[in-house]
Design a binder for this molecule. Sequence first.
Ligand code: COI
Length: 358
Amino acid sequence: MQYDIKVTTTEHSRLDSVDFTNIPFGRVFSDHMFTADYQNGEWKNFQIIPFGHFSIHPACMGLHYGQCIFEGMKASRASDGTPFLFRPEEHAKRFNRSAARMCMPDFPEDLYVEAIQKLVYLDREWIPKEEGSALYLRPLMFANAEFFGVRPSDSYKMIIFTGPVGPYYAKPVSLIAEQHYVRAAMGGAGEAKAAGNYGAALLPAMKAQEQGYDQVLWLDAKEFKYTQEVGTMNIFFVVDGKVLTPATLGTILKGITRDSIMTILKEKGYEIEERRVSIDEIVEAYHAGKLQEAFGAGTAAVVAHVSRIKYGDLIMDLPPMEERHVGEMVKKEINGIRSGRLHDRHGWIVPIQQPQLV
Ligand code: COI
């Protein structure tokens, strides 16, 4: 379906002011954004407008009670310049699963993809060319009814904005397996990409950083026994040639990069176990000299190698980078498919043809 998306282009592009050889993650924003409003039970006012501030009422419910969800996606371009998206429909579906958990309205999946296609096409010159860099896309929905009471909002704002990014982590990350704070319990909202999940993780992450570590490796909320995910990524371990990743049983974000990596690993003949992975099992493997690799996976980070894991008093230093064959292979595959250098065997790439910009 073609939606009526009104486009107003900027008269002052900021493109020339960007140094594409040195892009910090998350600080540079492209020229345009998409916005829509949910009012009286329907989505309306579809528009692409110059990127900028907007005003908010102090009683905006999303600020008070946390009805706020988002996605992280990437657009890149082929050597002939064609811009494309990576698995946009999967992101649209996950966005709506998050919306359902947070009692927010569905956003039509075809509109989600169409809006992104138009926006990215308009700002296609903002897509960095270097492999490993991309145009990061941030779809965001929040409650904006003006009301003090606690109930689901009846109006919402949808915004999609973008910005060129380089790698999220410039070097391998060190982790502390967290034994005090929890990210998500069964029955909670851990599977949703809800803003509050990230807010509640900031203090533990800051405490980990005070001890010289980059991020937290979350353990389950009941026994502090089973690994869940890392601050901004899903987690994979390579033990004795086998790849292990925690099963997404309700507390873990169903990562699209995670899913892509599992597909690539299966295709390459790796033995993969998606199940509960206890921290004791990882410690045991480490002592037996069988913990070969660990890496995080996410849209922003793509693949981030783990250099060290601290659990209680035990510090597990993982093998050096030269031995990270599995993580490096999947990173190259994902980046290669995303840059158009490798054949897209799975139909993950959606090229953006010139849309009608109404
Ligand atoms: C992503 O990987 O895209 C994320 O959303 C994680 C983080 C940057 C919040």
